[in-house]
Design a protein around this ligand. Sequence first.
Ligand code: CP
Length: 291
Amino acid sequence: MRNLLSMEHLTNDEVMMIIERAAQFEAGEQSVLDRTYHVANLFFEPSTRTKTSFEMAERKVGCTVIPFDAGFSSALKGETMYDTVKTLEMIGMDAVVIRAKEDEYYNELLEGINVAVINAGDGAGQHPSQSLLDLYTIYKEFGSFEGLNVTIVGDISHSRVAKSNATALRRLGVNVRFLCPPEWAGDFEAHHSWDELLEDSDVIMLLRIQHERHIVNKSFSKESYHEQYGLTFEREARMKKHAIIMHPAPVNRDVEIASELVECERSRIFSQVRNGVFVRMAIIETILKGR
Ligand code: CP
């Protein structure tokens, strides 16, 4: 692996290699990088988890993190993504982690750039490190993927998490179903009611409503979304005994999920965040060793 751009580029073997390495890091193993590498995190969209988690992972595997403030960079003067990354390469960076609002922004970095590029989210495209940490969370819970029922609920068309996870989970033998209001299905076939989904789901994966990517819809009501598509106490009580709840976060409490369920016994929402550090350590180490 020389870059991490999209889950569509990863084989099942590469996914399992990251999961196994993340498990070793979680068990306390140290990284085996041969020298100090320099990494910068370029976040042109807001982030709490992904940015901080990458920075923690980079430091834990022994990288030097070079600060980059996207909101105070020459991108604001119109510098292209290519010129920004090439500049950081010339300064001595070995890898860049990028989040940007344009889908597939990384296409302009495929030629002429010699640093590793790790996609931390491209518009409504892909979010591969989130997907890998979600896969790690599921694998830790069930020990395999084959035959699991995973229901992804919410803002499917705007969700890079939904797209990344659907690609990877289906390839690993998971039965993936979508549940959302008809106008949020995008190109996916989706259910529009919880019937037939709630009681046989092994994983209910809730998605954040991405108001920032919606054209203003005055008819949208948080209360009616919660009533029709949210995970309420009544619905949680009907879930399978060992089924788990996931959400990439940030959570809109009492919209996608009843606030008190965020830390209920079934919820893995905060475990996902913890798992993300080990998975990102595995991603960074694998990519830097592979170059
Ligand atoms: N899950 C996720 O990508 O969260 P942040 O936007 O806080 O990074």
